[in-house]
Design a binder for this molecule. Structure first.
Ligand code: PMP
Length: 360
């Protein structure tokens, strides 16, 4: 029996995907070996690689002017590769900083070139997103970078439609493919797979073709987006098993009804947990301000740390796993990514009601 898996990443995967991978593990399509043991130049792997790119673009409504690259090094590598590729000497990039991950992104950019904080939620302790009407933009800026969902603080932009820039760049590691949005407005989106779209080991980089062409030409090949684009992510050995799993997850998202179905499912799940917070008479205190609440990572505290320890301990005994908050914020964090089933949020909300009654 599977547990209710609220891990922040690596995180829960769709059960149907795990079953399919299990069924194919020892003998991939009659080849008498697993997908991990086949060459990345085999027809079988090339089909997976091409299908993963095509399905990703179709889910996002993107056409031939975009590529999806499959890279390694996690979103952390992208913190450096984005400025390495896009931030030329003398240029400035603007960053909207909404939490720990946005801070890391800007820190890394500063190792490469000039990065400017155009807005920050720091004054609120990253409990609230900054107001966009007070954006302090550089003129001109090489790009504007944002983090769509801050995994640790649990704050998420409810709409991405408010951002305007010719070169909009986003870290969507913890909410990629969780809801529909107009991806054509973004020049580059990156996401580590291990939350919403697969296992750890592969990072998706969705990038506008014209941006690749404008990228710096003097980079080592392995750090250059253009190398990955020209070689369809097969310049060197890719993480074949991770891409195989990612492709299965994309098929699963399609089978569920695509991004509108994901959004509905995620809103329903998060709604249940936030309702348990809001109906607890102050026993549970949401970390994020309401307007900034994340549907992916629900962060909250209890009256004291001892109760928080007991909460995590008892939850674990009830097979509700992975609820301890990130060490930098503390408290509780329930990560409710795409693959988490409704039943897990129903079980968590019931546990929360009961725990509040017993300890409130
Ligand atoms: N950005 C966000 C929003 C994240 O949640 C994470 C990982 N938790 C990262 C970046 C770093 O990702 P990675 O561990 O894949 O380098």
């Amino acid at each position: 029996m599977a547990v209710h898996n609220f891990n922040a990443g690596p995180a829960v995967l769709p059960h149907a995907v795990l079953e399919r991978a299990q069924a194919e593990l020892l003998d991939y399509q009659g080849r008498g070996m697993s997908i991990m043991e086949l060459s990345h130049r085999s027809a079988e792997y090339e089909a997976i690689n091409a299908s993963a790119e095509a399905r990703f673009k179709a889910l996002l409504g993107l056409g031939d002017d975009y590529r999806v690259l499959f890279m390694q090094g996690g979103a952390s590598a992208q913190f450096a590769l984005v400025p390495l590729n896009l931030l030329g000497p003398g240029a400035v990039a603007d960053y909207i900083v909404t939490g720990v991950w946005g801070e890391k992104a800007v820190e890394e950019a500063r190792r490469v070139g000039q990065a400017h904080v155009a807005a920050s939620g720091a004054a609120s302790g990253f409990r609230a997103l900054p107001a966009l009407d007070a954006l302090r933009r550089s003129e001109p800026a090489a790009y504007l970078h944002l983090t769509s969902n801050e995994t640790i603080q649990g704050v998420q932009w409810a709409s991405l439609a408010e951002f305007h820039d010719a070169t909009l760049v986003a870290d969507m590691s913890s909410d990629i493919l969780s809801r529909p949005f107009d991806a054509t407005r973004f020049a580059l989106i990156y996401a580590g797979a291990q939350k919403n779209i697969g296992p750890a080991g592969v990072t998706a980089v969705i990038v506008r073709q014209s941006l690749i062409e404008r990228g710096r030409a003097d980079l080592p090949a392995i750090f250059s987006y253009s190398t990955y684009a020209k070689n369809s992510s097969l310049y060197n050995t890719p993480p074949v098993f991770a891409v195989y799993m990612l492709e299965l997850v994309l098929r699963w998202i399609e089978d569920q009804g695509g991004l509108p179905a994901m959004a509905e499912r995620n809103a329903r799940k998060a709604g249940r947990v936030y309702a348990a917070i809001d109906s607890s008479g102050g026993f549970y205190r949401g970390h994020a301000e309401r307007a900034s609440r994340s549907q992916m990572n629900i962060t909250f505290g209890l009256p004291d740390e001892e109760l928080e320890r007991q909460f995590v301990h008892k939850a674990q005994a009830a097979e509700l796993i992975g609820l301890a908050g990130h060490r930098s914020v503390g408290g509780i964090r329930a990560s409710c990514y795409n693959a988490l089933e409704d039943a897990s949020c129903i079980a968590l909300a019931a546990f929360m009601d009961e725990f509040a009654r017993a300890n409130g």
